[in-house]
Design a protein around this ligand. Structure first.
Ligand code: AMP
Length: 281
């Protein structure tokens, strides 16, 4: 009985494209959760949703070098494949884990033709040159290889979700499904990069979240939002000794600057102890 149960919940690890094509052939209702590893409860919530909406769930773990605009950031990105596989297996909700090598994704040597539109060069795109071109390229390649029915992505990386959804749904039948941001007990958005933070930095991140909630609450209609946010930015910088890339209120449907809280989110990117964190609420 136990053995039978174990077979039913077996998670297959796919280390190259040959084994991927072979294993996925019988399935057409695939839910796909792309990750760069450092698996946490945020990833698990995406997996949970895929498990509920699709017959089979495939998770990829691939630290895509082409989306890093900073070599040091790529080198220090948390990697722990053994631990990741253990967590994924324990969840009992993953049917396949795809752990490709660079050549499995980029073997065709075709140069990516993807460029961002001028109007999309905002928020992280403005501060991380080439980042989203790398993300769109890898998501395009992964979608071609895996052919999922649905892809599950987190609102924590809202701009990424926005751009990938727009890009992929134009090219494929695949639907990109947004998933809520999962936070720790102090409301800090979970992220693999949090593994690089010590306890006192996490305490500061929690304080920053609290402050963001109050900033959003205090955004008043008609008030000059831009100057209000600039003032808040200065305050955050001084109080927490952080470097802030942006603090902006933008509309959720098109990411244009917003002059009202309605259908809008407050977006932030900041460096805490040299670790770049993003959030939106
Ligand atoms: P990453 O491994 O950081 O590339 O993230 C893989 C996927 O998990 C992306 O779609 C992220 O948006 C999503 N994700 C990361 N952190 C969270 C979180 N705290 N809550 C929900 N989704 C998340």
């Amino acid at each position: 009985m136990f053995y039978l149960l174990n077979i039913l919940i077996q998670m297959k690890i796919l280390l190259n494209n040959t084994s991927l094509f072979e294993s996925l052939r019988p399935f057409n209702d695939l839910g796909f959760v792309p990750t760069m590893g450092g698996i946490h409860k945020g990833h698990l919530s995406l997996i949970d949703k895929s498990n509920k909406l699709c017959k089979k769930t495939i998770v990829s773990i691939f630290v895509n070098p082409k989306q890093f605009n900073n070599k040091k950031d790529l080198r220090s990105y948390p990697r722990n494949i053994k631990k990741d596989l253990k967590i994924l297996k324990k969840s009992k909700k993953v049917d396949f884990v795809y752990v490709p090598k660079f050549k499995d994704i980029y073997d065709d040597k075709k140069k990516s033709q993807i460029t961002l539109l001028k109007k999309d060069e905002i928020l992280c795109a403005k501060f991380r040159k080439g980042h989203f071109e790398g993300v769109l390229d890898v998501m395009n390649r992964l979608t071609k290889i895996i052919k999922p029915k649905k892809i599950f992505m987190g609102e924590k990386d809202f701009q990424q979700l926005f751009l990938v959804k727009k890009h992929l749904e134009k090219l494929y039948k695949t639907k990109v499904i947004p998933c809520k941001t999962i936070r720790d007990k102090n409301n800090v958005a979970l992220s693999s990069r949090n593994f690089l933070l010590n306890k006192s930095s996490l305490v500061i991140a929690a304080k920053i979240y609290k402050k963001l909630v109050s900033i959003k609450k205090n955004i008043k209609k008609k008030k000059k939002i831009w100057s209000f946010l600039n003032l808040q930015k200065k305050e955050l910088k001084n109080n927490y000794k952080i470097k802030i890339d942006y603090l902006e209120l933008r509309k959720i449907n098109n990411l244009k600057i917003s002059s009202t809280k309605k259908n809008s989110r407050l977006f932030i990117a900041y460096y805490l102890n040299n670790v770049r964190l993003i959030d939106n609420l």
